[in-house]
Each structure stands twice: as C-alpha cells, then as structure tokens.
Ligand binder design. Sequence first.
Ligand code: SF4
Length: 477
Amino acid sequence: MSIHEECGVFGVIGNPNSDIARDVYHGLYALQHRGQESCGIVVNDDGVFASHKDLGLVGEVFSENILSSLPGGRMAIGHVRYGTTGGNTVSNIQPMVVSHQKGNLALAHNGNLTNSLVLRDRLELSGAIFHSTSDTETICYMITRERLKCASIEQAVLSAVKYLKGAYSLVMMSATKLLAVRDPMGFRPLCYGRREDGSYVVASESCALDAVGAHFIRDVLPGEMIVFTMNDVESGAGPVSYTENCRDHRTPCIFEYIYFARSDSMIDSVSVHDTRVRAGKILAREYPVEADVVVGVPDSGLDAAIGYSIQSGIPYEIGLVKNKYVGRSFIAPSQQQRTDTVRIKLSPVRSVLSGKRVVLIDDSIVRGTTSKRIINILREAGASEIHLRISSPPFRHPCFYGVDVDSEDNLIANHHSTEEIAKMIGADSLGFLPIDDLGEMSGCASYCSACFDGNYPTAVPTDARKDRFERKLSQKE
Ligand code: SF4
C-alpha cells in the first residue's frame, strides 16, 4: 500500500549515567514504525553537541561502536524519519543542529508545515541559505531568527511558532534546556513521562516511554510548550508549561489511531488498541455477514479483527502470518520470478482458511493492488468466501499534515464505488468504516479526517505553489 508513516521524535533530560545515547537509541527503536528512511541522535555534553545521523534503520545506523563513541551528557534528542517535505537525502536527516550567535539549537520535527514554502521564500529573500529541502530547516531558521532578538529560547520559540501553520510536534534542545512543542491543532501526538532516576522523557508515542522505563505523565497539549531545565529537573521542581498558544478547537489525526501508531500506545488519553477494537465492533454492526472465521491483516488489522469477532461472535483466528524479517533492505522479486512482494511478506495458515467463509479485516485500501493480492493468497489457501472489512473510510484526498498518501489519481475510491472495488479486488463483499462513526471509534470530540472527507482543518498550499516548489527542489537535488 502507498501510505507512508511520518516521523518519530524522542528526547531525554536529567540522565545521571553516561549512557544517554543508548536511552535515545532504545526510544527510537520503539518508534521505528513511524519512519524507516533515516535516523539520528544528538547528545548535549555540557553545551557541546555531538551527533550521529545516517540513512537506514535505527539498528543499522547505530552500531555498538557508534553508540560508545557518542559522549555522555545529561540531555539528548533523536529522530526517525520518513520524508514528507524534501527528499530522502543525507542533508534532510534529523535532528538538525544550528549554531548561532547565542549558542546551539538541535531540533527534531514530526509533521508538515502547510506554509513552509511561503516562509522559505521570505527567508531566502532576506539572505538565508538553506542546506536541505526539508521544512524542518525552515523551523530552525524561524526559531534562530527570533532567538537573536529574544532574551531566552522560550521567548524565541513562542514567538517563532506564531508564524508556523500546519502540523508540528517538536523536541528541541539548547545548551541547558529541553523543549517539547505541539501545534495548536494537535495533528501529531507528543507526550512525556518520568523515570525513577528523576529524568524526564519526551516521545511521539507512549510506547517509547515504556521502552526506556519511564512512566507516562501526560500528553503535551495541542498548542502547549513544555520546558525542562537541568536545574528544575535536579531540584525536583519539574517542567514549566506555556499554554498561551492553546485553543479550544483541536484536530488530532484520526489515522494515527487507525494505522500509524503502535497498538500499545496511548494518544491524547485514548488507547490505540481500544480504538481499533471499537472500529472492528462498528464494522460488525454495520456490515454483518455469515462466516466461519475472522482474520486480520497484520499488524494494524489484528486489533480490529478482534473487535469484529467479539461483536459478531464469529471466532477470531490467525489466518495470515507476517514475515517479521522483511525490512527496508528487502530486494523485490524481478518480473521473471512471477512472485509478488505481498506473498513474501504474508503467508496463509491453510488449516484456518481451507473451506472457510472468511471475514478479512484490513486498515485501509489505497490503490487496491495489495488487497487484491491478499485476497488471492486466501483463495489459493482454500477460503470459500472472503468478506473484506476496512477499519477506515475510503481514502479520497491527499494529506498536508505529514502523511505521504498516494496521489489522488491513484486512490481507487476516487474513481470507483464500493461494489466496483469489491469486484476489482475479488472480494465477495466489502465494507468501509462509515465516516460518521470515526467519533465513536476514537472517542475524540473533534479530529482531522481530511484524507477521507476533504475537510481540511487549515488552509492548504495551492497547487500552483506546490508545483513551483517541487520544481525548485528537484533542481536543488
Ligand atoms: Fe491524518 Fe488524514 Fe488528517 Fe492527514 S489528512 S492528518 S492522514 S486524518
């Protein structure tokens, strides 16, 4: 399928030991599902920043030697990336580090600015020279520009974010402070926790807090900035919250619950697993069918399959097994080999499927090619009927907030009805989660569902500006 995860951010302050880089490494490992193109760690060793970044998975980029070569320190941040603005080049790898007249700034960003092209144009016209094609560098510039005028990093960030539009969950580090910032709409998640040794941890998802032994304290509020200083951490005073940019109306990304986030994470006090189970229950209520077994497509279809089974009373079974070792470096088969990637990633459990009427649960349909292949695999394993249920509404529109959805032309739901799609992919029946049930599924009073209904919560870039900028970026790269 052609949806790509966005990015994951992580930060720690107050670690009394010398292995802070290893803390970030473990946190990034837990966030690997949010980005597999590149990753990086920056350690703050008494105001001196040391970093290592590269293209690849966390386990590939950070060897034992590299982790040992990073200095100890009391503060560090890290990032895993899937690029949404800018290409997959070394210059775009995060965290980004900027040295300026008043010190250093390291910054890690999850999300996508909707006005980065406007801001970048203005900055370039005033003499700024960019080294990357990423909107994160624009944020670094905006903050640095304000920092030169302001007395503190806190004031500089509060002033700079007033210019930013779109999605940004940020973890930043100056010589003495760690800052966590979430955009006022709260598109991307961000939370923090504390460990028994007194250190604080900030992460995109709570699963990364668990990975380093921190207990979850709370989500960073949409619009909030939380500042952790070494002095406050050591004295036990705790972080300071700035809420002047918070608003009543928030629109967290509903697709985080359906697909992106890990099932064991909590986002804005809602369990991702519970949300997916509820989606399955809704599908069973809205699209009941006589069947022998409910099967989920690993990984994010499994929780919803459990929900469908609970609601319908049809037994849940493991009918597809995922090859856990097919990673980024997997070399796709050639045309002559007449095999497809899905077949190598997913294997059917024949004893579960043979002669059975199967309810198959997946999280989304983008082009329809993957669904068709999975249905073929189930048919070949002997399934007598396949009723596909999708735990999201049909994809119809692009995302401007940090998720790389396929182009509108390639989205199958843009050109075909549900019945037509069922026929094209070979399903006996098909049902999508009704868009009106997203609130019941997530428990959120308001949320972004623009890729399903086209109702963007903010202004989005015009096509003319996007085209011009993409041409400009391709010349640069
Ligand atoms: Fe999430 Fe879709 Fe909104 Fe993007 S457009 S933030 S993927 S709900």
